[in-house]
Ligand binder design. Structure first.
Ligand SMILES: [Zn+2]
Length: 255
């Protein structure tokens, strides 16, 4: 049975991603339980596992309630980050399988937003939490710029047709920032037009492809001289450019 991917919008602007085979489901970062249980019961899906990228409340708020309703479901994440909620701690490089579903889950450590942030790959889908966003990246709440830069480099090395399933609908705001840094980049303007109309139809701008992120996401373009110039990095170093770009984004306000 082929796998289906469904975003469930929760809280203010979070997506909970659900992967199912028609019978069982894997749920990523349930910040809230009720919209997820509604979706699962409308499709008559049994919860096989919860994948947790990091410990923030908007990613784990629904874990306890979902686990109580489906006591056999596995709760998978980093022990150092999420702690006692987990039934199956995992770490970088692990290849996970589930007893009830035919799929392979690859675990990648991507520190930066938090120190022990994980991403998960299932086929072409990359569940990257608050690390890589549509046209942006997460804030550095625990990690260093070097860590986040290296985590993004790691994600960039995945195949171009990787589908970016991140945890927030931040794409339009991020593209406004990207357009300010690179006013001459037509890929950014095309993506803005496309993603604006998606939002007007109340559809997600995600998943995006890694191919599109490489053309439009300034945080994946810190090695380019024009981006380094735009953020005032003068040493030719992409980590310096990343650091300055992240600081500029932290104070950027869209009109
Ligand atoms: Zn977070």
């Amino acid at each position: 049975m082929p796998l289906t991917l469904t975003p469930v919008a929760v809280l203010h602007d979070n997506y909970v991603w659900v992967v199912d085979d028609g019978h069982h489901a894997v749920v990523v970062d349930p910040g809230e339980a009720r919209p997820v249980t509604r979706m699962l019961s409308s499709r008559r899906l049994h919860l096989a596992a919860l994948l947790i990228t990091h410990h923030h409340a908007d990613h784990i708020g629904g874990v306890a309630a979902l686990k109580a309703m489906s006591p056999n479901c596995q709760v998978i994440g980093c022990a150092a980050d999420v702690g006692p909620l987990l039934t199956h701690p995992c770490s970088d490089g692990d290849q996970l399988s589930l007893p009830s579903m035919e799929l392979a889950i690859e675990v990648l450590a991507v520190p930066g937003h938090t120190l022990h942030h994980l991403a998960y790959r299932i086929g072409k889908w990359l569940f990257c939490g608050d690390t890589l966003f549509g046209a942006g990246c997460g804030r550095l709440l625990e990690g260093s710029p070097q860590q986040m830069h290296d985590s993004l480099l790691r994600l960039v090395s995945l195949p171009d047709d990787t589908l970016i399933c991140c945890a927030h609908e931040y794409t339009l705001g991020n593209l406004a920032f990207a357009a300010e840094l690179e006013p001459g980049n037509h890929h950014i303007h095309e993506r803005l037009t496309r993603d604006r109309s998606a939002r007007q139809r109340n559809e997600p701008t995600l998943p995006s492809t890694l191919r599109d992120e490489k053309k439009t996401n300034p945080f994946l373009r810190c090695h380019l001289p024009e981006l380094q110039l735009a953020v005032g990095a003068r040493d030719g170093n992409s980590v310096t450019a990343f650091t300055l770009m992240r600081q500029l984004k932290d104070i950027f306000r869209t009109a």
